[in-house]
Design a protein around this ligand. Structure first.
Ligand code: HEM
Length: 389
């Protein structure tokens, strides 16, 4: 799609797209695609015009019931409600709290790599990229090791959400129900007996005498399970895919681990795990030379903004030494990813351990792509891991 995005940025940076009917879903009313970096950032920041609450953040319109449910999660709220929720949960995600997770994240990274033994041919998604975020999330949520398999099972069932090839609607609906029941129990325990996990902090965090209600907490638990999993999983998949397409840079990175921080940012720019999120205009407004009307859907195309030639020199070139890299893979504005530091920490912990243990990693078959209209997802990635140089 990058050639098309480049043309749109040049010729029609905010463009009206019809939405055809697909796979049993009715066609939507159409949407505005916002393709330039400056416009994506501006629209992300202007929550009073571009609402996350009005129609939710998924491209497809949701049923009134789905929308009512979705709107209770922070992701689908606007200020001032969003500001209140975000202030409270930010107490659980301070830089100090995240830095404190470093040791356990490194331990998980070692365990994941140890379990690979001498490597060989395997599915990278199942053995590495799905595993790591789940272990970290289980720690964040204070889910005891004996219950980790539950998280694994729910997320697997929820991954099918919206993918007609995978999703068994009954299975993912019941996964949500089970997850809520579990979250409610866990929350009750953490209110009474806080432990040293992030969830205990979130449950008991207070700003101006206000705490999250039980309902807020159920939704936040669900949001974390969804937001922290597939995203980070595809950061790891993107790492292997992109580096295997640029073997010279992979060699350079192995030789100089000091390049890891810029390499991770470049992978995020080049292969954004989330390609877009949606807003709904709540007043008439002009953006990119177009007149957008109240009620119109507006899609923020992060994947396109990340290749904007007005912001990035040679945007189609993958360059692990790129230092000016204001990509929007974590969004822009007040909804900027709450877990960005956790995701970065996971990558900084896992990748050096993985590359050290397996000096040769080859992609040996076609990756299987997951179908989604916002996750840049890979569901199978056949690799050969070798301990030989
Ligand atoms: C929000 C991407 C990892 C938790 C977002 C948004 C993006 C994003 C683009 C903005 C949504 C919007 O503007 O509507 C990513 C990517 C990740 C990642 C690419 C991994 C590479 C994580 C992790 C966590 C997390 C690990 C939790 C531990 C959240 C939450 C929000 C969010 C709670 C909602 C924030 C709000 O509404 O204020 N993420 N995310 N994310 N992310 Fe992430």
């Amino acid at each position: 799609p990058h050639a098309l995005f480049a043309r749109l940025r040049r010729e029609s940076p905010v463009v009206w797209c019809p939405e055809p009917a697909t796979d049993g879903f009715d066609g939507g009313p159409g949407l505005w695609a916002v393709t330039r970096h400056a416009d994506v950032v501006a629209a992300g920041k202007r929550t009073e015009v571009f609402s996350s609450h009005e129609g939710g953040t998924f491209i497809r319109d949701s049923s009134p019931r789905e929308l009512r449910d979705m709107r209770r999660a922070m992701l689908n709220t606007d200020p001032p409600e969003h500001s209140k929720l975000r202030r409270i949960v930010s107490k659980a995600f301070t830089p100090r709290v995240v830095a404190g997770m470093s040791e356990s994240i490194t331990r998980h990274a070692r365990d994941v790599v140890d379990k690979l033994g001498d490597g060989g041919d395997l599915d990278f998604v199942e053995h590495v990229s799905a595993e790591m975020p789940l272990l970290v999330l289980a720690d964040i949520l204070g889910v005891p090791p004996g219950d980790r398999h539950l998280l694994y099972d729910w997320t697997n069932r929820m991954v099918g959400f919206g993918d007609p090839q995978v999703g068994d609607p009954k299975s993912y609906v019941s996964a949500f129900i089970e997850l809520f029941a579990y979250a409610a129990e866990l929350t009750k325990r953490k209110r009474a007996h806080p432990t040293d996990d992030v969830w205990s902090l979130a449950v008991n965090a207070e700003v101006d005498g206000e705490r999250l209600s039980d309902d807020d907490l159920d939704r936040f638990f669900q949001l974390l399970v969804i937001a922290g999993n597939e995203t980070t999983r595809n950061l790891f998949n993107g790492t292997i895919l992109t580096l295997s397409q640029h073997p010279d840079q992979w060699r350079r990175l192995r030789a100089d681990p000091g390049l890891l921080p810029t390499a991770i940012e470049e992978i995020l720019r080049y292969f954004p795990p989330v390609t877009q999120f949606r807003r709904t205009a709540v007043q008439d407004i002009e953006l990119g030379g177009q007149r957008i009307r109240a009620g119109d859907k507006v899609v923020l195309c992060y994947a396109s903004a990340n290749r904007d030639e007005d912001v990035f020199t040679e945007p189609d070139r993958f360059d692990i030494t790129r230092t000016e890299n204001p990509h929007v893979s974590f969004g822009a504005g007040p909804h900027f990813c709450l877990g960005n530091a956790v995701a970065r920490l996971e990558a900084r912990a896992l990748l050096p351990i993985l590359f050290d243990r397996f000096p040769t990693i080859e992609v040996i078959g076609e990756p299987v792509r997951a179908r989604s209209n916002f996750i840049n997802g890979i569901s199978e990635l056949p690799v050969r891991l070798s301990t030989a140089v």
